[in-house]
Design a protein around this ligand. Structure first.
Ligand SMILES: Nc1ncnc2c1ncn2[C@@H]1O[C@H](COP(=O)(O)OP(=O)(O)O)[C@@H](O)[C@H]1O
Ligand SMILES: [Mg+2]
Length: 602
């Protein structure tokens, strides 16, 4: 795709790419391929023998005692064709099984590789790009090998057998007929570049079709509400048209190979008939050799034609292989690091020390951030949108690494501990809850795979979710719909909190968990959160008054720095940024009112 970087695999030449494909997949299935090759050889020999047998057949006809021999030959020819049919069946089955195994292997590898990429990788790309690669391109790998093996095995062997028959029957005539082959090869090689380009364009277009489709489906509410149908239709039309055009141009390129091959074959066959009939009629050669030769030549035509366009077919499949390798060749950013010790959380004190970080070079989102989240307490991050609060939450989970400065937990710098052990000790609840396909039970259970039903229900109770879940006719087995579409925002949020409860991690990260909720569901979620925070280190990005005021400590984040920190009272009394922020957010009078009503720090 246009927005993905283009590493070397994208431009790799045909031969290196084939060599690599063979090394990675062919060798592994060598036995199957050798088996298929043997079956092809059987078919090729059967074909050659049947052409060769035409000589005794024809010469037998002109002899007196011929009939007996001819009957035998008739049986032999029938037998040879049946044998060829069986061999063909055999190699087709073997080849497609092996091919499908290769596709499965490629898909597994690609997916596995994706899971090892870091956040940056995913944010630079559209999800459908991977779907297209996983489905369309993986087939390309199989097709390339399939075409290659079939052509090399069946067509080369068949052609070799038939050429041998031709040479045996008449070497000079064989030379005449074969001389057209390099001419054909030259013309076809010129088509390759065009086909290659079209194949790539058609893939890109297909990926965009999926993209438009996915966005339209996921954003169907927005599409309808903003009357975006025409724009989406337009987008789809552009991609569909692009694919249609490139597929047409590819087909035209491929089709040109036929007339070229036909014309050249016509010349060769015409020349052979001309010269051959002269030899038989004038020079007195035996007609059997001549007919056997012509039969071999005609039988050779199809495999020769296929071989000539082999390169075209391979280019098609190799486009897929290139797309796969583009992804596979990217270094995996999150490989397991067995040499790093696991994170040991004793109290769970999180410290940011002069952390600088930029998503884009030079644009610092965190600019010398100092921050402490004390154990057994809730630290609230407040401040203007875009100030870097979500980035802080992301850095604690090491979705990104600091450019300078350190993030540490209980004195252990995050880059010095195993990634999995770090994320194991953190429970994260985001504003936009993500639910996976499946039931409510499945979704909570993801907090700790292997948890019992009793534990899951306990977690749901703590999250204040048990009641609404059991209110559904199917209870915990209720399906959540695609991305939780069948639940309300507050319900989704509480399922996410139940998931966090089940994980039972010492560090809780909350990114505006109630921002999208109405005040009724907010209260429900808030109760659940208050419960979840007990005895843990909690860092919460907050906009809601209640969440802020209930925190033990508040940090004001502005332009990537903690500009103020302290309790609600301290900060208000200081009359600085927090006071201004608070007044703007909740009104000049809100502060004294809330404090008077007793909603001070815990
Ligand atoms: N993946 C990203 N790539 C580039 N810029 C980003 C990315 N995520 C956030 N930003 C930028 O970083 C800044 C801080 O974002 P964020 O931490 O989400 O702010 P907050 O949560 O405080 O509203 C914003 O200017 C935002 O545009
Ligand atoms: Mg944010």
């Amino acid at each position: 795709m246009s927005d993905a970087p283009t590493p070397s695999a994208a431009n790799a030449g045909t031969i290196p790419l084939l060599r690599r494909l063979f090394a990675e997949h062919g060798r592994q299935h060598l036995r199957s391929y050798i088996g298929a090759g043997c079956l092809m050889a059987v078919g090729a020999v059967a074909t050659a023998i049947s052409a060769w047998l035409l000589k005794p057949v024809l010469n037998g006809m002109v002899e007196a005692e011929g009939f007996k021999t001819l009957r035998l030959l008739a049986w032999a020819v029938a037998g040879l064709f049946i044998l060829r049919g069986m061999a063909t069946y055999g190699y087709l089955v073997v080849l497609s099984r092996t091919g499908n195994k290769i596709v499965a292997g490629v898909q597994t590898r690609l997916f596995d590789h994706l899971l090892r990429q870091d956040m940056r990788f995913f944010q630079d790309r559209h999800s459908t790009d991977f779907m297209a690669r996983l489905s369309l391109a993986a087939n390309g790998v199989r097709d390339t090998l399939q075409v290659l093996i079939t052509s090399m095995g069946r067509d080369v062997l068949t052609l070799a057998g038939l050429i041998a028959v031709m040479i045996v029957q008449d070497p000079l005539m064989a030379l005449m007929a074969l001389s057209v082959m390099p001419v054909g090869g030259y013309f076809l090689s010129r088509l390759i570049r065009k086909v290659r380009k079209s194949a790539r364009r058609s893939f890109d277009g297909s990926a965009r079709i999926m993209q438009t489709m996915q966005e339209t489906l996921q954003g169907v509410r927005i599409v309808k509400s903003f009357n975006l149908e025409d724009i989406m239709r337009q987008r789809m039309a552009v991609s569909v048209c692009e694919v249609e055009k490139s597929v047409n141009s590819m087909a035209a390129g491929m089709a040109v190979s036929s007339p070229i091959a036909d014309a050249l074959a016509g010349i060769a066959i015409g020349a052979v008939i001309f010269y051959g009939s002269w030899r038989v009629t004038i020079a007195g050669a035996d007609p059997g050799s001549f007919f056997s030769f012509v039969a071999a030549l005609l039988l050779a035509y199809e495999p020769a034609k296929r071989l000539a366009r082999l390169n075209l077919d391979i280019q098609n499949g190799l486009t897929g292989a290139r797309l796969i390798y583009e992804v596979l060749d990217l270094p995996a950013a999150e490989t397991p690091q067995p040499h790093l010790p696991p994170l040991q959380v004793s109290s769970g004190r999180i410290v940011f020390d002069k952390v600088r970080f930029a998503y884009r070079p030079g644009e610092y989102v965190l600019d010398g951030l100092d921050l402490v989240a004390e154990p057994n307490a809730t630290t609230a991050l407040v401040g203007p949108s875009g100030g870097g609060k979500s980035t802080i939450i992301a850095m604690i989970q090491r979705f990104y690494a600091p450019e300078s400065g350190t993030v540490s937990i209980d004195g252990q710098t995050l880059d010095g501990v195993g990634l999995a052990s770090l994320r194991d000790r953190i429970a994260f609840v985001a504003q936009d809850v993500f639910l996976f396909r499946g039931t409510i039970r499945d979704n909570i259970a993801l907090g700790r795979p292997g948890a019992t039903d009793a534990e899951i229900q306990e977690a749901a109770r703590m999250a204040n979710a048990h009641e609404f879940i059991t209110g559904f006719a199917t209870g915990y087995e209720t399906s959540v719909g695609e991305q939780g579409a069948q639940l309300s925002g507050g319900q989704r949020q509480r399922i996410a909190i139940a998931r966090a409860f089940l994980k039972n991690a010492p560090i809780i990260l909350l990114d505006e968990p109630t921002a999208a909720l109405d005040s009724e569901s907010e209260r429900e979620v808030q109760k659940a959160l208050d419960h979840l925070r007990e005895g843990r280190t909690t860092l919460v990005v907050a906009h809601r008054l209640q969440t802020i005021v209930n925190s033990d400590r508040i940090c004001v984040i502005e332009n990537g720095r903690a500009v103020e920190a302290g309790t609600h009272h301290e900060l208000l009394a200081r009359r600085g940024t927090y006071h201004a922020f608070f007044a703007a957010q909740f009104g000049e009078n809100a502060a004294p009112l809330r404090i008077a009503s007793g909603a001070g720090p815990r």
